[in-house]
Design a protein around this ligand. Structure first.
Ligand SMILES: CC(C)(COP(=O)(O)OP(=O)(O)OC[C@H]1O[C@@H](n2cnc3c(N)ncnc32)[C@H](O)[C@@H]1OP(=O)(O)O)[C@@H](O)C(=O)NCCC(=O)NCCS
Length: 350
């Protein structure tokens, strides 16, 4: 959607932003934060402390080189997720986004926290004859959730309150609601189809006894999306949280939702004082053990396996005919650092 906003009179108000965009000409820059709000409404609504700009991760180095050549120096470096620079022109908060199939973007920091930028979360505005891509009003509202509202946030939300965009996929990770149980079962069944090219589909249905045991062990079901498009089931086994199931609908696959759900499950466990989370998975399917390994899970040694986990492994023994299964665990960090329990907003405004 492209909406012309403002007239020539706005050029002066937007000069600071446009000056930086000029320095980055040719780089695919997108605008968020307060300046993004101003682009949406077509006027400068308030004084800005910084400019929240996003560039594709692959272009981050080039953007840094251009800004460096123009006198900006780095004041905070979280490459490749985010770099903050400052000069007499002001402060620029530059985020690197890894755009995926379908235009969805993922921003990940070194600790594995991720933020998803859905393709629909961007819009175009023409201000003073210049076409700029910025966060949509709906994406701005999502960005403003989950942290205490400052006066500048309240002003931003008020400025865009009248902009009515259709609600679309909400990627927030949250607890499942009572009437979503069937949907969650459906997601598991639909996502298992992803195993077909690896010769692991259809999987045998669980017997009623192991289904009941699984239900009894379940401590939390976390879902992504409203309605849900993915879920993580956290069970308690030998006193440890155990990721009993992780599923994402194939049409929403490879957008970082699975990673976000794992992060949320780990965060759920860590907040309850657990230092370890376990799981069982196929060893050789790329989105199973190799995926978990990248998220910090390691192979759990035989002597580390407790009696209840041994029972789970034995209940799943017939999966071995589809491929080698392994048991993995991740040590959870101590402390009270907020992780990506919310798939949209994670570290950005911590
Ligand atoms: C595992 C699962 C939940 C991942 O969900 P997701 O939202 O796609 O996960 P992410 O986008 O965070 O990351 C997926 C990663 O797995 C790997 N992956 C996924 N599909 C792949 C494929 N067909 N070939 C190679 N690698 C693949 C990639 O490394 C991918 O990351 P990338 O897109 O950055 O390269 C989903 O694939 C699923 O539901 N699978 C079926 C059920 C299952 O196997 N569950 C896990 C075992 S309990």
């Amino acid at each position: 959607m492209t909406v012309a906003a403002g007239g020539e009179g706005d050029q002066a108000g937007f000069a600071a932003l446009f000056g930086v965009l000029d320095l980055l000409a040719g780089v695919a820059v997108r605008v968020g934060g307060g300046w993004g709000v101003d682009l949406l409404v077509g006027r400068v609504t308030r004084a800005h402390h910084d400019m929240d700009l996003f560039v594709p991760s692959a272009e981050l180095d080039e953007a840094l080189r251009r800004l460096g050549a123009a006198g900006f120096s780095v004041v905070d470096d979280e490459t490749p997720c985010r770099v903050v620079l400052a000069s007499i022109r002001g402060r620029v908060d530059l985020g690197g986004i890894d755009y995926r199939r379908g235009g969805h973007g993922v921003q990940a920091d070194a600790s594995g926290d991720i933020e998803i930028f859905p393709a629909w979360g961007w819009t175009e505005r023409v201000v003073a004859g210049r076409r700029v891509t910025c966060l949509s009003a709906e994406a701005q509202r999502l960005e403003h959730r989950g942290y205490p509202t400052r006066p500048s946030d309240a002003a931003d939300l008020a400025s865009i309150a009248h902009i009515d965009e259709p609600a679309r996929f909400d990627p927030t990770v949250r607890r499942v609601e009572d009437d979503e149980a069937d949907l969650v079962e459906g997601i598991e069944e639909a996502s298992d189809r992803l195993l077909e090219p690896f010769g692991a589909w259809p999987l045998p249905a669980s017997c009623p006894e192991s289904k009941a045991a699984e239900r009894a062990r379940t401590a939390a079901t976390l879902v992504a999306g409203r309605p849900p498009v993915g879920f993580a089931r956290v069970e308690v086994v030998d006193g440890h949280p155990h990721l009993g199931q992780l599923s994402v609908l194939p049409e929403y696959g490879r957008l970082g939702i699975g990673t976000s759900l794992v992060a949320a499950a780990c965060d759920w466990a860590r907040r309850r004082g657990h230092r370890l989370i376990t799981l069982t998975t196929f060893a050789d399917i790329p989105f199973n053990a190799p995926f978990y390994r990248r998220l910090g899970f390691r192979h759990l040694r035989e002597e580390e396996i407790g009696p209840e986990l041994r029972q789970v492994i034995s209940d799943e023994a017939d999966l071995e005919r589809f491929g080698r299964c392994i048991t993995m665990a991740r040590t959870l960090p101590d402390g009270d650092r907020s992780a990506a329990a919310d798939g949209w907003r994670s570290h950005q405004r911590a």
